[in-house]
Design a protein around this ligand. Structure first.
Ligand SMILES: Cc1ncc(COP(=O)(O)O)c(C=O)c1O
Length: 379
């Protein structure tokens, strides 16, 4: 079997998953087996023996993801939240964590409601402000969590600057980036100095709104990586062979899908910016976006997610999203189909998201059709 070593993204996504050495299949088979034959000498922990510990499909996905972000290890989980929880669970009770003020509401809820009960200390900080981050670091800080672009306000945090700050203050602080929104096609946190990159694979990695999954990629084979692997295997929130196979298949088109998402989103962001019923557009590709320069530096393009506010109330925003004929009113993101939602209704009670904000995941339909649909819905 050929073994491609190209460092170009569109080649890596197609040829980066290792193939089974004894099989000639071009497309790997799905291995549903939960158990594997022991050798005559009894169970060998270094070989496949039980599905939760390891299996060929999950391994293939994990090796592919490791290569896509130049990590040393990836661990695949049954959801993005399971992946995020594994990172927090790798900390010690009493450790301190910095959480962005604007972050996926599920991550905030996990920290505030669950991890805090296990005595994980945290501060919510504007991570776009380096000085604020510096002032929030204590002797107990072990993790800085970043999400850039953030969900749903698309704040941009300078990953390299935060990673440098963490290293300067304490070599024991790890920087983790939720890289779900840009995907590895547009942003490479580990190559920007972060220690951990996390994905809800349910979004762009899956790309078709039909897989729930999560991945953690570690830069180093360090203690943190070991703890995450232990947690994956012992707590057992692992990705199934079928979903692992589906992801390996979906990731093959990731680079091209992201090019389409970015192209459509750029046009739609421009259209929305000029629309008289829209008061504000949050898209880092717009020159007047506060994080445009940093986004340009650390992302290869600006992504497929746009948030915007309209004149009016939450009810007006809800009415608007219900009106569209092509764009589906639904939560989540990253699929080939465009979806949007009145974001505040999907978030937890402590949501700070503006009342009339709509979050749009731009799909791969013809962009003129999408603009016509948005125009009709805006009335
Ligand atoms: C940025 C981000 N991270 C994590 C998650 C959680 O992922 P999952 O739904 O796969 O558990 C989401 C879900 O919307 C998300 O948007």
């Amino acid at each position: 079997m050929k073994n491609h070593k190209s460092s170009n993204f569109d080649t890596k996504v197609i040829h980066g998953a290792p193939r089974h050495p004894n099989l000639t299949d071009v497309v790997a088979p799905i291995h549903p087996t939960t158990i594997f034959n022991h050798p005559e000498t009894g169970m060998d922990a270094s070989q496949d023996h039980y599905i939760r510990s390891d299996n060929p499909n999950r391994r293939q996905l994990e090796e592919l993801c490791t290569g896509l972000e130049d990590g040393s290890q990836a661990a695949a989980f049954a959801s993005g939240m399971a992946a995020i929880a594994a990172v927090f669970q790798a900390l010690e009770p009493g450790d301190h964590l910095i959480l962005p003020q604007d972050v996926y509401h599920g991550t905030r809820t996990l920290v505030k409601k669950i991890m805090h009960r296990w005595n994980l200390q945290f501060d919510e900080v504007d991570t776009t402000d380096l000085e604020r981050v510096r002032q929030s670091i204590t002797q107990k800080t072990r993790l800085i969590w970043l999400e850039t672009p953030s969900n749903p306000m698309l704040h941009i945090t300078d990953i390299s600057a935060i990673a440098e700050l963490a290293r300067e203050l304490d070599s024991g602080i790890q920087v983790a980036v939720d890289n779900t929104w840009p995907s590895p096609a547009l942003q490479q946190p580990l190559n920007l100095g972060a220690d951990i990159s996390v994905h809800s694979a349910t979004k762009y990695l899956g790309g078709h709104s039909d897989i729930l999954g999560g991945v953690v990629i570690n830069k180093q084979s360090d203690e943190m990586a070991g703890r995450i692997r232990d947690f994956q295997q012992q707590a057992g929130g692992v990705l199934s062979p079928h979903d692992s196979w589906m992801l390996v298949r979906s990731i093959k088109t990731l680079g091209w899908r992201m090019k389409g998402h970015c192209l459509n989103a750029r046009k739609i962001a421009g259209f929305l910016s000029d629309h008289p019923k829209v008061t504000k557009v949050y898209y880092p590709g717009l020159k007047d976006h506060h994080g445009h320069d940093i986004a340009q530096k650390q992302m290869s393009d600006f992504g497929g997610m746009i948030s915007f506010e309209i004149y009016g109330s939450a009810e007006d925003a809800l009415r608007m999203v219900a009106k569209a004929k092509i764009i589906t009113s639904a939560t989540s993101l990253g699929g080939v189909e465009s979806i949007w939602e009145h974001r505040r209704s999907s978030e937890s009670d402590d949501s700070q998201t503006p009342e009339a904000l709509i979050r749009l995941s731009v799909g791969l339909e013809d962009v003129d059709d999408l603009i016509e649909d948005i125009s009709m819905a805006l009335g």
